[in-house]
Design a protein around this ligand. Structure first.
Ligand code: ADP
Ligand code: ZN
Length: 432
């Protein structure tokens, strides 16, 4: 049941002892970089001030901007000759960041991913297909090495070419697939076109879905469509990539591996810790990394720590499904809206497909939201479609407090991405 019982079975107090030991080592390693030496000096602290876990609060935050300013190698704690790989994220704003890895970092990363895959029941003998982009995107190599570490036959199918992807699934007898949630829906549509019934014609039993926000409703849809169990996987390139937090078979939140990370949830405005169980920004400190440890890194992802213990027996804290990033938040007519709230409503309508697009415009100084959503099947029952449109708009208004224009569009007509889905187009910004 446990791949690494020595870490997975730790009690809370054992986790904390290990974290303090690893935190101290990490802090002293950080002093190899001018960046952290300066940060500590500016805040009048030294590594000796970190004597307990609560002393973490003395350390200032690290931000994405800090990574950009340290591009490419300034945050390395080891000579470049010991760095064996880097991953770079272009991010949405275009300024790149780089994360560096020693061989030990890569080994530990593979261990973390292998642990996650084992936790959801995958074993040697399973055939694991990865439909992530390879290269700089960490979902490619991250899952590749993790799945190989577990001893599975691993198919590096990579992104795109959906028909080929499906041919691999059927020819190789793929039992487990990693896909971003928006792509899982696409796979099913193409299977239907090809006359393939995933339950009858494939051996798929497990899907790993992550890399982008998705609702519980979307997960259930994916499970029903493909006849699989779908597990939520959370990671980011700054924290290596996949393998940071993962659902166990209970599917009740994502265990975050606290032998690798110290987790905090802070109020994004005041930067103070939120009350237990409240939603805030996820802040992570890496405590098991050599080349480029990060102290109190502000992820900008919004979530909360779930209360209570997990029946699986692991004491590693559980994160709630991500609400989105603070910069995904839409502010419309003074109301704060997350795309995932809209998805949650849309996915409850059986008539609707999986793809939608939210467009924000500004007409005569009036902000307008248009929600286009694909129908699952063609229909020319205009009476029904009209009533459906009205009902969707009504339910959305109840949830987000503004009334959007709802447009039902035919299946396959919204633009498809090869990577993460683009759910929001804000055309208001171009007006400024
Ligand atoms: P980029 O920053 O270019 O999107 P990453 O692959 O590092 O590249 O993306 C990491 C981000 O993806 C996370 O910070 C989070 O916002 C999002 N993400 C990853 N996994 C999940 C998940 N399971 N649920 C929701 N969002 C996720
Ligand atoms: Zn669990």
């Amino acid at each position: 049941m446990y791949l690494h019982p020595e870490f997975e079975k730790l009690t809370r107090s054992e986790i904390e002892v290990l974290q303090l030991e690893r935190l101290k080592k990490t802090v002293s390693r950080c002093m190899n970089t001018e960046f952290y030496r300066k940060r500590f000096a500016e805040n009048n602290i030294t590594p000796d001030d970190i004597r307990s876990l609560s002393d973490l609060y003395k350390i200032p935050f690290t931000t994405k901007q800090d990574l950009r300013e340290s591009y490419p190698f300034k945050m390395s704690t080891v000579p470049l000759s010991q760095v064996v790989r880097l991953h770079s994220s272009s991010g949405t704003t275009g300024t790149p960041t780089v994360i560096l890895h020693t061989q030990k970092d890569l080994d530990e990363w593979a261990n973390a991913v292998a642990r996650c895959l084992y936790m959801v029941g995958l074993r040697q003998g399973d055939i694991f297909q990865n439909s992530s982009g390879y290269g700089m995107f960490t979902g490619g190599l991250g899952f590749q090495y993790g799945a190989e570490r577990l001893g599975m036959l691993t198919v590096p199918a990579a992104a795109g070419n959906t028909r080929r992807q499906i041919k691999f699934i059927t020819d190789f007898g793929t039992t487990a697939l990693h896909a971003i949630p928006s792509y899982a829906g696409r796979l099913y549509e193409v299977m239907e076109e090809m006359g393939i019934d995933p339950r009858r014609d494939t051996r798929l039993h497990t899907l790993i879905i992550g890399a982008e926000p998705h609702s519980e409703e979307q997960r259930r849809r994916i499970e029903n469509m493909l006849g699989v169990k779908a597990y939520n996987s959370f990671g980011m390139s700054e924290m290596c990539g996949p393998g940071v937090a993962f659902e166990c078979q209970e599917q009740n939140g994502l265990h975050i591996w606290e032998d690798y990370y110290i987790v905090e949830i802070v109020n994004p405005d005041t930067l103070e810790p939120v009350k237990e169980g409240e939603i805030g920004e996820l802040v992570l400190t890496t405590i098991n990394r050599e080349a480029m440890p990060l102290l109190r890194y502000r992820t900008r992802d919004l979530t909360r720590i779930l209360p209570g213990s997990c029946p699986c027996g692991r004491h590693h804290k559980r994160l709630d499904r991500m609400k989105g990033r603070s910069d995904d938040m839409i502010i419309l007519k003074g109301v704060n809206i997350f795309p995932i709230q809209i998805e949650t409503i849309l996915m409850q309508f059986q008539e609707l497909g999986n793809d939608y697009l939210i467009t924000l415009t500004n007409e005569e100084a009036n902000d307008l939201m248009t929600v286009e959503v694909e129908l699952k099947e063609f229909s020319d029952d205009y009476h029904h479609l009209q009533a459906l449109t009205k009902e969707i708009a009504r339910q959305l208004k109840d949830e987000i407090l503004v009334t959007p224009v709802v447009r039902l569009v035919s299946k396959g007509s919204l633009p498809k991405q090869e990577g993460k889905a683009i759910r929001v187009k804000d055309l208001r910004k171009t007006l400024i």
